[in-house]
Design a binder for this molecule. Structure first.
Ligand code: FES
Ligand code: FE2
Length: 426
């Protein structure tokens, strides 16, 4: 493809050309330059605990196989036969036997991706050495979260994550045994909107009142009258969107290098009921009083690890952003279990996801409607620029402290976007 000239110039310091959301050529360039060069989350180690266990992930439009080999190393390979390109694995997760065979002409591969056997091998004129599965250039794990990068050059994973790694630390440290695991598979949601629109809603405290008005008032009443604790919990989660602008202004949004950001506060994840105190005492056994406060005293609401991941440590959820086309995005929501925590916490994790993230959520339905209206509105072409200048005064520059009423985190995302799209290394 040809990359449009002056592409990085489509984004300014606080406004962007609408084509960054609507132009298929921009999208194709984003896959090459941005998703092709950033670290992307591909799996959690608990999903590939044994040799041959694998999960499929998407990287910049490529299907990849994340698998543990016979030496217990984690490899990430393109899900594509090197002979004529057949997609090798179809199921999103599973177990590969000793060899992985292509369905077309029967070439087979070991679990580390190397070529094992080729029927009628001498018939291939160019020879066969080295024709194993194509490996993704970089694979690194951070506390069990596996990230991969298509490009060979760039910062290591820890430098890339920077301060936002603390949200992954916090999620893991909440476990009484100090380990977490993926539970329940994933929720998948299709959106008819550009991938950036989803991230730009992440810490937007101003949208909550107008967008979610239809659900907040009934939820507040339901929270008062709920007969059982789970209905009350779900109603309280929805009702949190009714917070005033003054309250939103108290919520810190930290904007970090590489387009990452994190919002603190919004919901109180910590509770005082006997069930929750049971969990706290299990965690206290590992961490002591001071450690317990350090982990549960942090009210980290959500963090964006730009461009492909959102983390909610207190509710044990990851959201993976999978761009499919300029106007189509899939969100995969992964739910985690704290090892050593009481079983009711699983129910809370699922209840939270159903209430907030699933396609059936009364909250998400309103957000999705907005995202699609944005996409349709921008496609009309009447307004050439999209502005992100809310609370610009006093918050010049992309990185630094902001609040849930500011748009600094969006300006920060576009600063990273510009660097990637201009060909620089972030
Ligand atoms: S395409 Fe896979 S063996 Fe031919
Ligand atoms: Fe929302």
């Amino acid at each position: 493809m040809t990359v449009p000239a002056g592409l990085a110039g489509l984004a300014g310091a606080h406004s962007v050309d609408r084509r960054v959301y609507t132009d298929p050529d921009v999208f194709a360039a984003e896959m090459l330059r941005l998703f092709g060069r950033a670290w992307l989350y591909v799996a959690h180690e608990s999903q590939i605990a044994h040799p041959g266990q694998y999960v499929l992930a998407e990287m910049a439009g490529h299907s990849v196989i994340v698998m543990r080999d016979d030496d217990w190393r984690i490899g990430v390979h393109h899900n594509r036969c090197p002979h004529r390109g057949v997609r090798l694995l179809q199921e999103p997760a599973g177990q590969v036997p000793q060899r992985l065979s292509c369905s077309y002409h029967g070439w087979s591969f070991r679990r580390d991706g190397t070529l094992r056997a080729v029927p009628q091998a001498s018939d291939y004129a160019a020879g066969l050495p080295g024709r194993g599965l194509e490996a993704v250039a970089c694979v690194q794990s951070y506390r069990g979260f596996v990230f991969a990068r298509l490009a060979a050059d760039g910062p290591d994973l820890v430098s890339f994550l920077g301060p936002v790694a603390a949200s992954l630390d916090n999620m893991t440290e909440r476990a009484p045994e100090g380990r977490i695991e993926v539970a329940f598979g994933s929720l998948r949601m299709m959106q008819h909107s550009n991938w950036k629109i989803y991230l730009e809603n992440s810490h937007d405290g101003v949208h909550a009142l107008p967008t979610h008005r239809s659900s907040t008032e009934p939820a507040r009443r339901a929270a008062e009258h709920a007969a059982d604790p789970w209905s009350r919990f779900q109603a309280q989660v929805v009702a949190a969107n009714a917070q005033s602008l003054q309250a939103m202004e108290q919520l810190a949004v930290h904007c970090h290098p590489h387009g990452h950001s994190e919002m603190v506060g919004f919901r109180k994840a910590r509770a005082a009921d006997p069930q929750y105190l049971d969990y706290e005492s299990a965690l206290r056994q590992r961490l002591g009083d001071e450690g317990l406060e350090r982990v549960l005293g942090q009210d980290r609401h959500n963090a964006v690890i730009y461009p492909g991941l959102s983390v909610q440590p207190a509710y044990l959820q990851l959201r993976v952003i999978v761009p499919l086309a300029v106007d189509r995005t899939r969100i995969d929501v992964w739910l985690f279990r704290l090892k050593g925590a009481p079983a009711w916490m699983d129910r809370r994790t699922v209840a939270y996801a159903n209430t907030i993230h699933s396609a059936a959520s009364v909250v998400r339905a309103d957000d999705l409607e907005n995202y699609e209206r944005i996409q349709r509105g921008l496609a009309s072409g009447l307004e050439p620029r999209v502005r992100h200048d809310r609370r610009l005064a006093g918050e010049e520059g992309p990185v630094g402290l902001s609040t849930a009423v500011g748009e600094r985190f969006i300006r920060n995302q576009f600063a990273a976007w510009q660097t990637y799209m201009g060909g620089g290394s972030t």
